[in-house]
Design a protein around this ligand. Structure first.
Ligand code: SAM
Ligand code: SF4
Length: 458
């Protein structure tokens, strides 16, 4: 019996809508892609399952930025073999960044022949047809698109939240940092038309959304590829004019393309939140050059100073990597020194990981694992100390939070985010969910703040 017949038979017997579950790995762009996949599936009659065991169709949205992410996915596929054996009608699809690499897609097909469909990041527009083809097939269907698709508008989206939404401004990346696989799997940068972005935001406001996060691998280069060139500052100014919207965020910013006009725009637009995520990657000019980041440590330090001068109360967070090929003890010290000088509110810290096909993978001077382990520990300890000190200084301050729901660690408490993107947990009534509530900070912890509600909300 073909997979689709088995699925339809099951639907008829149970007379219940078929269920889907999506497992997502990686960044916010991947999480948003999963919202698109969910929208497509709901459009053709599927409903969300609570877990993978209840699902009739299970999609895995993969990440390949680091080897550890890939290994997790191989481990998961190994475990799914048993689930598929117990439930042969279960449809398993795997897509996203990892499968965009042709060799990896072939490897998955050979090692895990029970997978029904392997697709890439450029297959969402024809996903329904692809799904039907795979359901009719007895073998794994592998469909990767090698051409760079233009931006596709109008795909359905089932958003995870009812009041915060991601809105893509650019797809792909042109930067080719020498360690990074993203430009190879996500392809060249393509900007959406400003009109499409504005319409999407207006539609979200009409549906009760209060906060939007503009998404791109390098939002600061938005618009360069459009026929009528536009820029990110111009886009932000237009989004800021949309009435009914409370908060605007954006990720990720690239230090090379973050200019004074953008700083002035952020400082003058009242809806743009005071938080800049500005990956620095390294504090040594020698390493920044080898990484092809296109800026120096001096440029970065001046930029942060300028941001802090113009945007009162701004928090600055970053991504930092250690163990890049050629990183000497002095280079590592330069990174520590930069962290002490900037004092980031928080940082995502990474150990350099070889990605096949990227220039850094074949560079001389690969750093031994034991050196990387030592350096990452020193780095994390230093950043934790700074984050804790900064959070302690928040005690006694008042903040307006967008309340996101119950706290992940204590379901008696609510969790919300300040404009500066700090998570605050506090006791409060559940009707505050999705509202903007005022709190006073009572405790500063390493990763979050604690507060008390001041009885105000809007
Ligand atoms: N576009 C963003 C930028 O320019 O920083 C970030 C995209 S990347 C998916 C997120 C982070 O992963 C990067 O900032 C970098 O620190 C880390 N990363 C990327 N490639 C890596 C590698 N080969 N090994 C370790 N970390 C890596
Ligand atoms: Fe990767 Fe660099 Fe592009 Fe970020 S800017 S996605 S790190 S190539």
């Amino acid at each position: 019996m073909k997979r689709r017949e088995a699925i339809i038979l099951k639907k008829n017997i149970q007379d219940m809508p078929l269920k889907y579950f999506i497992l997502t790995f990686g960044c916010q762009m991947n999480m948003h892609d999963s919202e698109v996949m969910a929208g497509i599936l709901e459009n053709i009659g599927y409903t969300a399952a609570e877990n993978k065991e209840q699902a009739d169709i299970l999609l895995i949205n993969t990440c390949c930025v680091r080897e550890t992410a890939e290994n997790k996915i191989y481990g998961l596929l190994g475990r799914l073999r048993k689930l598929k054996y117990e439930k042969p009608a279960l449809f398993i699809g795997i897509g996203g960044c990892m499968t965009q690499q042709e060799r990896t897609a072939e490897k998955i097909k050979n090692r895990f022949p029970f997978v029904d469909l392997i697709y890439g990041t450029e297959n969402y527009h024809n996903f329904t047809e692809l799904l039907k083809t795979a359901q009719d097939s007895q073998k794994t269907v592998l469909q990767l698109s090698h051409q760079i698709n233009p931006v596709i508008e109008g795909l359905p989206i089932k958003r995870a939240s009812g009041f915060r939404a991601w809105v893509v401004v650019t797809y792909g990346c042109n930067n080719y940092c020498t360690y990074c696989i993203v430009p190879y799997v996500r392809r060249n940068e393509r900007s959406r038309q400003p009109g499409h972005i504005i319409s999407e935001v207006k539609d979200l406001i009409a549906h009760g959304y209060r906060e939007i996060t503009l998404l791109g691998q390098n939002v600061n280069s938005y618009g360069k590829d459009l026929e009528q060139p536009s820029d990110f500052a111009g886009l932000l100014t237009e989004v800021n004019k949309i009435s009914g919207l409370d908060r605007i965020r954006f990720v990720t910013s690239h230090p090379r393309d973050f200019n004074q006009r953008l700083i002035e725009t952020i400082s003058s637009c009242e809806k743009i939140c005071e938080h800049i995520h500005l990956p620095v990657q390294a504090g040594s000019n020698h390493i920044l050059k080898r990484m092809n980041r296109g800026y120096t440590r001096e440029h970065y330090i001046n930029l942060v100073e300028s941001i802090r001068r113009s945007i009162p109360g701004v928090s600055v967070t970053t991504d930092i990597m250690i163990g890049f090929p050629g990183e000497s003890d002095q280079d590592f010290q330069d990174t520590l020194d930069l962290i002490e000088r900037i004092r980031f509110d928080s940082a995502f810290t990474f150990v350099y990981n070889k990605r096949q096909g990227t220039p850094a993978a074949s560079m001389e001077g690969q750093i031994p694992d034991h050196v990387k382990s030592k350096r990452i520990k020193v780095l994390v300890d230093l950043q934790n100390k700074i984050s804790k000190e900064i959070n302690l200084r928040e005690v006694g301050k008042k903040h307006w939070l967008l309340v996101e729901g119950t706290s992940k660690t204590n379901n008696q408490l609510l969790s919300g985010r300040t404009r500066s993107n700090k998570t605050v947990i506090f006791p409060g009534p559940h009707y505050l969910n999705g509202k903007i509530a005022e709190v006073e900070i009572t405790e500063g912890k390493l990763t979050h703040l604690e507060g008390k509600w001041l009885d105000n909300y809007c």
